[in-house]
Ligand binder design. Structure first.
Ligand code: MTE
Ligand code: CO
Length: 419
């Protein structure tokens, strides 16, 4: 906590709040003339479980509500569907592995790493096939990146629809990857001068493919096999996925089996009929790879109302940009009449999520909450109206417009749009 003037509640207000809590709390009693007391609870009177109870640890049973969720009407069939990261339950910048949203077009492939092979072919001097053992002999790096599906917030394009940041913004996760710079594998194969594009192909039943320009492949793409220190989860592409920092999630091919080097893009399904932006005049934007700066307030939000009543309140959220870092986020409590600079906290890494906080003294009146991200290129997150003015109303993908939550006097929050 800094001495920053913008930093939240006065000390006195905070102490009053804490005193009120101690007097009213179920497990506490204030006895006249003495200090507060807290109860001796059952868990202090018996031994806990031993070290063998959970060889692979799980969250407390009191956290059972913290989970990925899907939207039934978006889920025609669970093997070609999506679930969402519970952003409102998380803090900091790292998404725990078990809570990373999943998007797959043909279910989760179950791949035995001993049988795993990665092929590089096409316009190369030496077509190669790598085993897991081979891959682990290349120098590796650790980097934190967000992955956002181009369809994140897609249902919100024409107006406020889903009630919760999990659903409006939860097609994103932020993970530390351990992997090999793709450049090293391409050097091993020897890309010939006409090799300008890569086709990345998944080993899942969807056989998903995407074209990636060679400059990006040689810049910062990775072949990842660990996430947050442990093996990739099957849902995230075990044993190997492609990492395409800052670019739309669809390009991050999971269960990666083949990289073909070619002289032009392939124009396959996922880059023509899907993941292109249909504009007002019926034409479509061809490739929209980079994810523009975006932010969302995760608390308070529809799934995380204010429950403590008026007084010191922590507002928090996340922001990210496919082009760099987020040096600044502004927040408003009154639908954009007054903006305040939020406090950024935690590591600030390019193409990674950033965490912001704004502590304020809530007076109990209704609020219109918004956040607005600025990225390191100077780009400022647009309003939804500004986006629609340029892109029309036909789009689904790449909606990075400012989100509004209306908080009522009871602290309940709702997804709304204001103009
Ligand atoms: N890779 C394969 N092989 N198959 C897929 O269905 N889905 C893509 C991409 N890579 C997909 C894939 C899409 S649309 C997204 S948004 C991301 O993976 C989702 O990654 P996640 O499941 O780790 O969240
Ligand atoms: Co996607």
């Amino acid at each position: 906590m800094s001495g920053d003037k913008s930093f939240g509640p006065s000390r006195r207000a905070f102490l009053t709040g804490a005193g009120a809590l101690a007097a009213g709390g179920a497990a506490s009693r204030a006895v006249a003339g003495s200090g507060p007391e807290i109860a001796i609870e059952p868990w202090m009177q018996e031994l806990g479980v031993g070290v063998d109870a959970a060889p692979y640890g799980l969250p407390s049973r009191f956290e059972a509500d913290v989970k990925r969720r899907s939207v039934p009407w978006l889920t025609a069939d669970p093997v070609s569907s999506v679930n969402f990261t519970p952003l409102h339950d998380l803090d900091g910048i790292i998404t725990p592995n078990g809570l990373c949203f999943e998007r797959h077009h043909g279910g989760v492939a179950q791949i035995d790493p001993a049988a795993y092979r990665l092929m590089i072919n096409g316009r190369v001097d030496r077509p190669l096939v790598f085993t897991m053992e081979d891959l682990k002999r290349f120098p590796r790096e650790n980097r934190v990146y967000f992955l956002e599906c181009a369809a994140n917030s897609g249902m919100e394009w024409r107006g406020a629809q889903l009630n919760g940041c999990q659903f409006t913004h939860g097609m994103i996760h932020n993970v530390m990857y351990t992997g090999i710079p793709l450049k090293l594998l391409l050097e091993e194969a020897g890309v010939i001068p006409s090799g300008k594009w890569l086709l990345a192909e998944g080993a899942d039943a969807a056989g998903m493919t995407r074209s990636i320009p060679m400059e990006k492949a040689l810049d910062d793409c990775m072949i990842a096999f660990k996430m947050n220190g442990e093996a990739l989860r099957p849902e995230q592409g075990y044993p190997v996925r492609l990492v395409v920092p800052g670019w739309e999630g669809n390009m991050w091919v999971k269960w990666l089996r083949r990289l073909e080097v070619g002289d032009q893009p392939w124009h396959h399904r996922e880059e023509t009929s899907k993941y292109t932006d249909l504009l007002e005049d019926g034409s479509a934007r061809r490739f929209t790879w980079e994810m523009d700066a975006k932010s969302v307030i995760t608390n308070p939000s529809p799934q995380a109302p204010i429950t403590h009543g008026p007084g010191p309140t922590v507002l928090t959220g996340v922001a990210w940009s496919g082009r760099g870092t987020i040096p600044r986020v502004d927040v408003t409590l009154d639908g954009g009449i007054n903006w305040h600079q939020a406090r950024m906290d935690g590591p600030s890494m390019p193409k990674s999520m950033h965490r912001f906080y704004y502590e304020f003294d809530w007076d109990g009146s209704p609020l219109l909450l918004q956040s607005r991200a600025h990225d390191s290129t100077g780009y400022v997150q647009p309003t939804k109206d500004q986006l629609r003015a340029v892109r029309g109303e036909n789009s689904i993908y790449h909606n990075n417009g400012i989100q509004t939550w209306a908080v009522d006097a009871d602290g309940r929050a709702e997804n709304v749009e204001i103009s």
